[in-house]
Design a protein around this ligand. Structure first.
Ligand SMILES: Cc1cc2nc3c(=O)[nH]c(=O)nc-3n(C[C@H](O)[C@H](O)[C@H](O)COP(=O)(O)OP(=O)(O)OC[C@H]3O[C@@H](n4cnc5c(N)ncnc54)[C@H](O)[C@@H]3O)c2cc1C
Length: 492
């Protein structure tokens, strides 16, 4: 026999036979080269069913269960990927970080340091936008001379040294609503207990004729990447923010002239004062005020731009070999736009723990709604998100073990440890259950610290102490006023 044979019975999957002679088989815990019949536990059964359903693209379980005693031989693919069967038994990662820019790298460092099995999925080289800037002088502790690529490479090395796994893949889809999050990439699917979205942002397009056609043929969004292609040539920079002004100065090392196209009145730029002053002093930088680019012209490569004065309406052609566009960024939130709460500009809304509106899903860095988008804030977000994710995983696993999957009904007492009267009441519950042994388990939760229960069951500090009775993982009763009588009523 080659492959796995799964036998269906009235009650669903019952047993699987497998043969580990098949090359590449990896059924963890079983010796290679052996055939045997496995008694499947409920969890394995469910997961085998999920895998098979996934492979066959079938959504309806009922039709499968009806196929009594149908023997299905799964493909060799199934066996060679049998480690994936274990798949859904457990996530293959504790923490998955989408995006390897500064936010993702910092999250990786904190996640791995907290002993989470952590991976970063990055489609290119780690470093993100910060790796596209030649000068990065405002990261605390790293002054003039620091480059974006150097700083972010150091972050990536740091993460790797702490045991973060780097996966080179492009994320194409996410499924975030279940306990185990599923991230689809071009190469594979990945499963994790918690996810941090750090996909950053991408350059905003000018959306003018010629931009798309001549992208990579003189139109660029990254001076650090492309500046040397314009040695002794003339270029234009569109924009006047930090990135535009700093990158213009970087371009002067290569180009003969750099013309800034600025929408504001003469002398007004959006960049910080230090960068602006340096740029104003540069002999190589020229300025065209109150203007935008109307078209980018050229057949095969950029030959000129048509500049329009927004006050006079006057248009003029400027001969240039390249155009660098720095008019801001747009968040990379397409993948999550129907799942996560976004602000009107498309940035992910989080709280101060970087939590999104979906449990176990965090966002960090430029992708989220915030005041300042810089490396220093991206790494701060990433570290907060990883710490919050670690706490969430720990709390959820404990909660599931002690409450959700408890074979007995569970009395959960939520309390505030700084409230003496409240803690006395938890003692009363303890005593009460000792006098009525056997029927219930008792779990006490400091609801001022446990973020999971606070959010999931909407427990406010004002409502403490509070009791909830859980039967089969679900709340069946709540007591706000704890007394002998209310306990008797609850547990009768
Ligand atoms: C030209 C320029 C100059 C700058 N200069 C400075 C400066 O001097 N100082 C400063 O503090 N900040 C500067 N910034 C801003 C800074 O770079 C960003 O704030 C910072 O990089 C944000 O980090 P992030 O990790 O949130 O996102 P990003 O840096 O955008 O990283 C996101 C990562 O996600 C990856 N990714 C995106 N989509 C996918 C996908 N589908 N699958 C897999 N991976 C994906 C990307 O490849 C990228 O590596 C500059 C930015 C630019 C563009």
């Amino acid at each position: 026999m080659h492959g796995v044979t799964i036998e269906y019975r009235d009650d669903g999957l019952e047993r699987a036979e497998y043969n580990t002679h098949t090359e590449g088989a990896n059924f963890s815990g079983y010796p290679p080269g052996k055939s045997e019949t496995l008694r499947l536990t409920d969890r394995v059964r469910t997961n085998l069913w999920r895998v098979e359903r996934h492979q066959r693209g079938k959504r309806k379980r009922n039709s499968q269960v009806k196929k009594q005693r149908t023997r299905i031989t799964c493909s060799l693919f199934f066996l060679t990927n049998l480690s994936k069967v274990v798949i859904l038994l457990a996530a293959n990662y504790d923490l998955l970080i989408l995006g390897g820019g500064p936010a993702g790298l910092a999250a990786g460092i904190y996640g791995a340091r907290a002993k989470l099995k952590t991976a970063i999925i990055e489609k290119g080289r780690p470093g993100g936008q910060a790796a596209t800037t030649g000068e990065l002088v405002n990261y605390p502790g790293f002054g003039p001379g620091t480059t974006g690529p150097e700083l972010t490479q150091a972050m990536a090395d740091h993460a790797q040294a702490f045991g973060v796994e780097f996966i080179r893949d492009t994320v194409t889809g996410v499924k975030l609503d279940e306990n185990i999050k599923v991230i689809s990439g071009k190469k594979d699917d990945y499963h994790a207990k918690a996810v941090i979205i750090a996909l950053g942002a991408e350059p905003r397009l000018l959306n003018v004729p010629g931009e798309g056609k001549l992208r990579g043929k003189g139109v660029s969004y990254c001076a650090t990447c492309d500046a040397d292609l314009f040695e002794e040539l003339d270029v234009a920079v569109v924009g006047s923010g930090d990135a535009a002004v700093e990158e213009a100065e970087y371009l002067t090392r290569f180009a003969d002239s750099v013309t800034m196209i600025v929408i504001h009145d003469e002398g007004h730029v959006d960049a910080n004062q230090v960068s602006a002053e340096r740029a104003f002093k540069s002999d190589k930088i020229k300025w065209i005020w109150n203007s935008t680019v109307k078209t980018i012209n050229g057949d095969e490569i950029v030959e000129s731009i048509t500049v329009k004065n927004i006050k006079t309406g006057e248009e003029s052609d400027l001969t240039v070999n390249g155009v660098f566009i720095y008019i801001g960024t747009v968040p990379k939130t397409d993948l999550v736009k129907d799942i996560l709460e976004l602000n009107p500009q498309g940035y992910i809304i989080t709280d101060d723990q970087m939590r999104t509106n979906v449990e176990g899903v965090y966002a960090a860095g430029d992708v989220r709604d915030k005041y300042l988008r810089q490396v220093v804030t991206a790494v701060a977000d990433g570290s907060i998100a990883a710490v919050a994710a670690q706490k969430y995983i720990q709390e959820r696993e404990l909660w599931e073990k002690e409450v959700i999957n408890s074979p007995k009904p569970v009395v959960v007492v939520y309390y505030n440890p700084t409230d003496m009267q409240g803690t006395e009441k938890t003692g009363m519950v303890d005593q009460f259950l000792q006098n009525n042994p056997g029927k219930f388990n008792l779990v006490k939760v400091d609801a001022t610290r446990n973020e999971l229960v606070k959010t999931r069951y909407q427990i406010s500090e004002e409502s403490l102490p509070l009791i909830q009775l859980f039967v089969d993982g679900k709340v069946t009763a709540t007591i706000n006023e704890i007394s002998e009588e209310s306990l008797k009523e609850l547990l009768k």
